[in-house]
Design a protein around this ligand. Structure first.
Ligand SMILES: *[C@@H]1O[C@H](CO)[C@@H](O)[C@H](O)[C@H]1NC(C)=O
Ligand SMILES: *[C@@H]1O[C@H](CO)[C@@H](O)[C@H](O)[C@H]1NC(C)=O
Ligand SMILES: *[C@@H]1O[C@H](CO)[C@@H](O)[C@H](O)[C@H]1NC(C)=O
Length: 569
């Protein structure tokens, strides 16, 4: 045994330390442009098992170096071997902004295209999503010692994000999984230096692709040896290389030297409790981290990271943490107002009105006793339907322009609905032309039109609901929408049933049912849009007859359908 060669006090010290803490190797990733990659970013990680919650938390301290005060581009890292299914942490912002705020957004993606916030990706992954607590995300002036040969300059700013990924190994979408006990957790990083955010640094901002060529890479990360019994954000020394991380294979086991450094850091965490000690350990570059330049609020926030006695919880409730964490908090935050988001709401408006109001109203108008008696039923039916379809077209156009990719069910269903509505339009119109030309012959087109209508409506409502959910409308709005749809279905079923019963006698009753005023009003609303109608049928009676024939048609359809159903039974 190794201990037998050591003096008794030394053995005791080692024993004491190993019972107090588990072996900890500081873990850091540092990559500057030119170091086999195009990146200017770094991170450290501490793997902490919280006994209270019985889950593993990842304490991530992430840096993004900015040169010449550039406000362009982003930096990211992700848990997982490739973009698809990775839990990605992306930072961006403007170091010249007044509050020096930086955005941290938590995203994933279902393929190799730009990732989206996890709550927008529920169709792809609906499992456990670790909570991400952003302790701080902001820019500071760079005061360290790194000098970039490529840029012939030191960085001007440092973007700093401290965040805790609570229960990070619950994330289930990553291939190869995420484990709290692995020595080779697959991860990815990537960078972009070009994207101009045009002032919109919101958490759901669209981001461009990473740089071509060397702007991304793979990592194997030793999380097992990065575990610590105390929770803290590890320091980064940007003058050093990776530790506990390899870009090509499983990282080598920790060396004595690395573990010794780790022990010192942990000892400082447990012993000192002094806030200035907390974030250092690996070298000279750290001092600026512990004593940020800019201002009182942030300094207070930065210099009290969660040590043994200061819990992250208490940190985030300090007022100083507000500008860092409140705005960037990925899931629950109040969305910043931006054009894209407004366009989505508009898309929803143009889509919801037709399905919740327009189309049901059009069916009602076709079958309601008043309009059918006044002979305006068809007129209203197609006018309202056309207006609704124009609205859907505008909504679809907005949706199409605003979408970056076609990848979620909502979009696929939406496209199907638009196709079905086009078919509806053509069928309705063709049927009508044939109907009028042949003096009221029934066509297969009307049958299909009716059936397709009954299919498209509920599917449309489902997509309206899924859209409301995607935009995070609350349950009151969603329930209201569903309730309205249910009421409409019930009312329409009744109205259609009534119309069916009424129809045999409708011809005689027709002229007396509505008051003349009402009929007049309807005609005015209908305007002169029935040109098409009167092309073949110049006089009013002819049209009325045509109307009656439409109804008879429908009635016969219904009966045939009923019979068909009976046959099947
Ligand atoms: C562990 O989890 C509990 C419950 O969420 C929390 O109050 C506490 O701050 C956590 N401890 C640390 C060190 O993060
Ligand atoms: C990993 O998590 C499990 C529970 O999910 C826990 O029992 C185990 O101790 C954790 N391991 C480490 C190294 O934290
Ligand atoms: C932390 O930094 C202080 C001063 O910056 C230094 O005296 C101390 O040795 C450092 N601690 C470790 C563990 O490196």
């Amino acid at each position: 045994m190794r201990g037998s060669f050591l003096s008794l006090p030394a053995t005791l010290a080692i024993l004491l330390l190993s019972t107090l803490t588990i072996a900890y190797r500081p873990l850091q990733f540092v990559k500057h442009t030119g170091q086999s990659g195009r990146a200017d970013q770094a991170f450290s990680m501490v793997n902490y098992f919280n006994e209270t919650t019985q889950q593993s938390d990842l304490y991530v301290h992430m840096w993004m170096f900015r040169y010449k005060s550039s406000n362009k581009g982003w930096a990211s890292l992700g848990l997982g071997p490739r973009m698809k299914g990775a839990l990605m942490f992306i930072i961006y912002g403007d170091p010249n902004s007044e509050d020096k705020g930086m955005t941290l957004t938590v995203r994933t993606v279902d393929g190799h295209h730009p990732p989206r916030p996890t709550d927008e990706m529920k169709e792809f992954y609906s499992g456990d999503v670790p909570e991400v607590e952003v302790v701080t995300a902001h820019f500071e002036d760079y005061t360290g010692d790194w000098y970039s040969e490529q840029m012939q300059a030191k960085p001007s700013h440092l973007g700093i994000a401290d965040f805790i990924v609570r229960g990070y190994d619950r994330w289930g979408a990553a291939e190869l999984g995420v484990s709290n006990e692995t020595t080779k957790q697959a991860m990815i990083w990537s960078s972009n230096f070009r994207q101009d955010f045009e002032g919109d640094f919101s958490v759901d901002r669209a981001i461009d692709m990473h740089q071509f060529g060397l702007g991304f890479g793979f990592l194997w990360v030793d999380l097992l040896n990065a575990r610590s019994d105390v929770a803290f954000f590890g320091a980064i020394n940007e003058l050093n290389d990776h530790t506990g991380i390899s870009e090509t294979a499983e990282p080598k086991p920790p060396t004595e030297d690395e573990l010794k450094k780790g022990d010192e850091i942990i000892a400082a965490q447990i012993g000192g409790g002094s806030t200035s000690e907390v974030d250092n350990g690996t070298g000279e570059g750290d001092s600026k981290e512990a004593v940020p330049e800019d201002s009182g609020d942030k300094a207070a926030d930065e210099s009290t990271p969660p040590a043994t006695d200061a819990t992250p919880d208490s940190d985030t409730t300090t007022p100083g943490a507000d500008d860092g964490s409140k705005v960037e908090e990925p899931v629950k935050s109040v969305k910043q107002w931006n054009i894209r988001s407004m366009m989505w709401h508009l898309h929803g408006f143009f889509m919801t009105i037709p399905f919740v109001v327009g189309y049901p109203l059009a069916v009602y108008l076709l079958r309601s006793p008043r309009t059918s008696a006044a002979g305006t039923a068809f007129n209203y039916h197609w006018t309202v339907n056309s207006l609704s379809s124009i609205s859907v077209s505008i909504g679809a156009l907005i949706g199409f322009v605003n979408s970056r990719s076609i990848s979620i069910t909502h979009q696929y269903i939406g496209i199907l609905i638009v196709c079905a509505l086009t078919v509806q339009l053509v069928l309705g119109w063709r049927h009508h032309v044939v109907f009028v030309a042949t003096g009221g012959r029934k066509t297969w087109m009307s049958t299909v039109h009716v059936i397709l209508g009954r299919v498209v409506f509920p599917v449309g409502i489902i997509n309206v609901v899924s859209g409301l959910m995607l935009r995070h409308y609350g349950w009151p709005v969603i329930s209201l929408c569903i309730a309205l749809a249910v009421v409409e279905v019930v009312v329409l079923t009744l109205v259609v049933g009534q119309a069916r019963k009424r129809r045999p006698g409708a011809m005689q009753k027709g002229p007396t049912a509505p008051t003349a005023d009402e009929a007049e009003e309807y005609f005015q609303l209908g305007g002169d849009d029935d040109d098409e109608f009167s092309d073949d049928d110049d006089d009013e009676t002819g049209r009325l007859n045509a109307e009656e024939r439409v109804k008879k048609e429908a009635e016969r359809d219904e009966q045939r359908k009923k019979l068909a159903k009976l046959d099947r039974v």
